[in-house]
Design a protein around this ligand. Structure first.
Ligand code: PLP
Length: 422
């Protein structure tokens, strides 16, 4: 019988999403960023080919955002936006986001990140139907391989099964179900079998990210929107990755011609310089909460850091950088280059099974004999960060400020690593 041994000498920090024995002793400690590059405490300089967790869209350590945080903190760190109180930065940011929103005339809920935004959107969808007098409409549908964060709703609607396992029940919150990816007929079938009268909302990423970078097939999202409308099911578009330019438009909803009922966002709203997320809410959902009457209901959302003033000031500085540096246009250029380079890679390397691109989001699926994890490890030794995703896929999602040369070098490094392993 083998004795068990507990590792007692690691750091106090419990790392996220980590098989602890596999990572202890080989973690890269990032101490400094500089545009598209990161510096580690052991002296490495790494190209951030994933923009962290798809967040560092304008690159790292931008002085304008540091300045915005500094100025705001000297004025007011934050003040909560509960009841009669609000702060000027949250008001200003919400106004600006309403102007950029793919939802017409939205109200903007501000909170602290993507998981938070998903919880609020799912709760609001259920609240909507309860208030409408349709109490059975509680089910939240999502897609296989989906990632919507790890709060209670995100965990429960996860299509990456491992994120749902180990909590005792199939789902932390009741009434969730998943449908196959990119299959509108399967969605129609699921709606028919569950009954639209039991379904509150369908949640989808426009381009599935953590599930392996899976852009939708032609017409898929339009069909989904049509099905949702036809059956009175709210469409929640999770734009936590795609929001704020990652697909070359401010939101992917514009790229795909969608008019969702609720849009969740986070990451790119501040490019990660402060924890902030939120939900854009369509009029049919918010208007009943704005009726001038003593009996008007309250949507009981909000936390201490909802609409955090410093985070909002940073977000506005981030939006300035996106606009002033024309970064959406740059994403469109980089998408074309990435597409061409990935096709060349696939033609050259027999270990590349498939490549996929949607905006500045790329996925390289490898044949089974080369684990994506080992390829990502080898890339780090060459000075490039990629990330292994579901389906033996490497994630490529560099910052929007990436130069053509840097992207070419990144793809050359992948080619080099694969050819050495083939
Ligand atoms: N939704 C999507 C599509 C995501 O990719 C993520 C995070 O990667 C989330 C939600 C959760 O966001 P956060 O990590 O900010 O809680």
């Amino acid at each position: 019988m083998s004795a068990t041994r507990t590792i007692l000498d690691g750091p106090a920090l419990w790392s996220a999403q980590a098989h602890i024995p596999s990572v202890l002793g080989r973690q890269l400690v990032i101490e400094r960023g500089e545009g598209s590059y990161l510096h580690t405490t052991d002296g490495r300089r790494l190209f951030d080919g994933t923009a962290g967790l798809w967040h560092a869209n304008i690159g790292h350590a931008h002085p304008a955002l540091a300045e915005a945080a500094h100025v705001q903190m000297l004025k007011l760190e934050t003040y909560h936006i509960f009841a009669r109180f609000v702060n000027d930065q949250a008001l200003g940011l919400a106004e600006r986001l309403a102007g950029l929103s793919p939802v017409d005339d939205p109200k903007v809920i501000l909170n602290s990140g993507g998981s938070d935004a998903i919880d609020v959107a799912c709760k609001l969808a259920r609240r909507h139907w309860q208030r409408e007098g349709l109490p059975s409409k509680t089910m939240i549908l999502s897609r296989e391989h989906a990632y919507h964060g790890l709060h209670a709703y995100g965990t429960s609607i996860a299509g990456l099964d491992f994120n749902r396992e180990g909590y005792g029940t199939e789902s932390l919150v009741p009434e969730t179900a998943r449908v196959p990816v990119h299959d509108a007929d399967a969605l129609a079938g699921t709606i028919a079998s569950i009954g639209a009268e039991n379904i509150a909302a369908f949640v989808t990423e426009p381009i599935q990210g953590t599930g392996g970078v899976n852009p939708p097939g032609p017409g898929y999202l339009e069909s989904v929107q049509q099905l949702c409308r036809q059956h009175d099911i709210l469409l929640i578009l999770d734009e936590v990755i795609t929001g704020f330019g990652r697909t070359g438009t401010m939101f992917a909803a514009e790229r795909f011609g969608l008019e969702p009922d609720l849009v969740t966002f986070a990451k790119g709203v501040t490019s990660g310089y402060a924890p902030l997320g939120g939900v854009l809410v369509a009029p049919k959902i918010w208007q009943p909460f704005y009726i001038d009457d003593v009996d008007t209901p309250i949507f009981r959302h909000g936390a201490t850091y909802s609409g955090h003033a410093t985070a909002c000031a940073v977000a506005m500085a981030n939006l300035d950088v996106l606009e002033q540096d024309n970064l959406l246009q740059r994403v469109a250029e980089l998408e074309l280059l990435l597409d061409g380079l990935l096709k060349q890679l696939q033609a050259r390397r027999p270990s590349v099974r498939e490549v996929r691109v949607g905006g500045l989001l790329g996925g390289v699926t490898l044949t089974d004999d080369i684990p994506a994890e080992s390829a990502a490890d080898a890339l780090i030794e060459l000075g490039f960060i990629s990330r292994p995703l579901r389906g033996n896929t490497l994630q490529l999602s560099p910052p929007f400020i990436t130069t053509d040369d840097e992207l070419i070098q990144f793809l050359d490094a992948i080619d080099h690593v694969l050819s050495a392993k083939e």
